[in-house]
Design a protein around this ligand. Structure first.
Ligand code: CIR
Length: 258
């Protein structure tokens, strides 16, 4: 039986050319190409079984296509974040409105800062990157919010990349795709680890949807590794979005229906 999956996405704002950048130099982004890539990404989500709920973009939110950072969706509730970059704080309202009909909402409050890209959920373990975007105050709030539902929240240090999920993502129930350049192995003990290819250190961001893994075409050697362990991989070209320091998890919030 197919799962009842929803994917919230958001159109690319023409303002993306003024996006936040932390670890990359600014390069011109071709909006038409970026939009075509985003549309192909959405088709991939549909092929994996998702119903798309696409939010509109506005001119004052350069990074709003990266909806992952605005919320973290659990089976029991959704946590609306307070993004670490002040330019991104306005993004959460529309995402909260879209999620309200699917989940009870809780909110990260000041002085907490949290980007959804820092949250890696492995069953009842919630690993949270302490990054330039996510602070301890938010991690404590998340712990308080999730404890009644039986989740444990663990803090993970990340270094040299934007978010925890730039360094590690879940590609199967027990398997993490990892780039050891940015994160140490300690927090992942007990899980199977699949290393990215040594020449593809930015390739740890993969999006698992149902039984498929959506993965950037930019990293063919790591893709081979994913396929070698038996995963069904759908390649997507997200080259223009990667210029904005995004990848595949960040462009959607995927969750099962209630
Ligand atoms: C930012 O710096 O916030 C955006 N330019 C990129 C955010 C990507 N988000 C993600 O990977 N979760």
């Amino acid at each position: 039986m197919r799962e009842n999956l929803t994917a919230i996405t958001r159109a690319i704002s023409p303002a993306i050319v003024r996006c936040e950048l932390s670890h990359l130099p600014r390069r011109p982004i071709d909006l038409d190409v970026a939009q075509a890539q985003h549309a192909a990404y959405e088709r991939c989500l549909e092929a994996a079984g998702c119903t798309i709920v696409r939010l509109t973009a506005t001119d004052d939110m350069p990074d709003s296509v990266f909806v992952e950072d605005a919320a973290v969706v659990f089976d029991e509730l959704a946590v609306i974040t307070r993004p670490g970059a002040t330019s991104r704080r306005g993004e959460t309202g529309a995402v909260a409105d879209a999620l309200r009909e699917h989940r009870v909402l809780r909110f990260v409050e000041a002085p907490g800062c949290l980007d959804g890209g820092d949250v890696l959920v492995v069953a009842k373990r919630v690993l949270v990157g302490e990054s330039a975007r996510t602070n301890r105050a938010a991690i404590e709030q998340l712990r308080d919010i999730l404890d009644p539902f039986g989740y444990t929240v663990e803090q993970v240090e990340v270094d040299g990349c934007l978010h925890l999920k730039s360094a590690a993502t879940l590609v199967a129930d027990d398997t993490v795709l990892i780039s050891r350049t940015f994160v140490s192995l300690g927090p992942f003990l007990g899980l199977k680890l699949l290393d990215v290819d040594a020449n593809e250190t930015l390739g740890a961001n993969a999006l698992r949807v149902g039984r498929r893994v959506i993965y950037p075409t930019t990293f063919p050697r790591t893709r081979e590794r994913l396929e070698r362990i038996g995963l069904a991989v759908d390649g997507v070209d997200v080259g223009e979005l990667m210029k904005a320091e995004g990848a595949v998890t960040c462009c959607s919030l995927v969750f099962t229906g209630w």
